[in-house]
Design a protein around this ligand. Structure first.
Ligand code: TYD
Length: 154
């Protein structure tokens, strides 16, 4: 099963005889204002990067060169794998989602657009801790909205 909110985004390609140009505008082409960009390259094919979830940051990942894969897990047992292999296609990753990036090609340049400035404290790097936090969130929601009942303010 897929993970809620994760979606591939196709960006328009502006092309003419001089080549192609892809534009990504915050809040226009992607669902957040861009506060940070970083890019990952030079990772061997057997390297697994990411291996964390973010409490606050949302991301769009675009392999602007080469290809890689991203595996996402929602901490409730759902996971999905996406191939990133086109410079005009990105993947939107909401916050509180576990992500692993792997299978990097030699020429892979993975561009990451983020909704927040870097803050190491919002990174969850222990998978069991992530699952526990998701479970606690679900329990809170179950208390706030009893099954078949009206929502209760908490
Ligand atoms: P890390 O989060 O481990 O990379 P990835 O999840 O892509 O495998 O980051 C590697 C190092 O770079 C780590 O020391 C933190 C630092 N870093 C920043 O200083 N700012 C940033 O925006 C990011 C993403 C990482």
């Amino acid at each position: 099963m897929g993970c809620k909110g994760v979606q591939m985004i196709e960006f328009p390609q502006n092309g003419d005889e001089r080549g192609r140009l892809v534009v990504v505008e915050g809040c226009e082409d992607i669902p957040f204002a861009i506060k940070r960009i970083f890019y990952i390259y030079g990772s061997d094919s057997d390297v697994v990067r990411g291996q964390h979830a973010n409490r606050a940051s949302e991301f769009v990942l675009i392999n602007v060169a080469g290809h890689s894969k991203v595996r996402v897990k929602d901490g409730k047992g759902n996971e999905a794998v996406f191939s990133l292999n086109r410079p005009h296609t990105g993947i939107y990753l909401p916050k509180m989602l576990w992500k692993d990036m792997y299978d990097f090609s030699n020429d892979s340049v993975l561009l990451c657009l983020a909704s927040e400035h870097y803050d190491s404290k919002e990174y969850i790097r222990d998978y069991n801790e992530f699952v526990e936090i998701i479970k606690a969130q679900n329990d809170m929601e179950a208390i706030a909205i009893p099954e078949g009942g009206q929502g209760t303010r908490i």
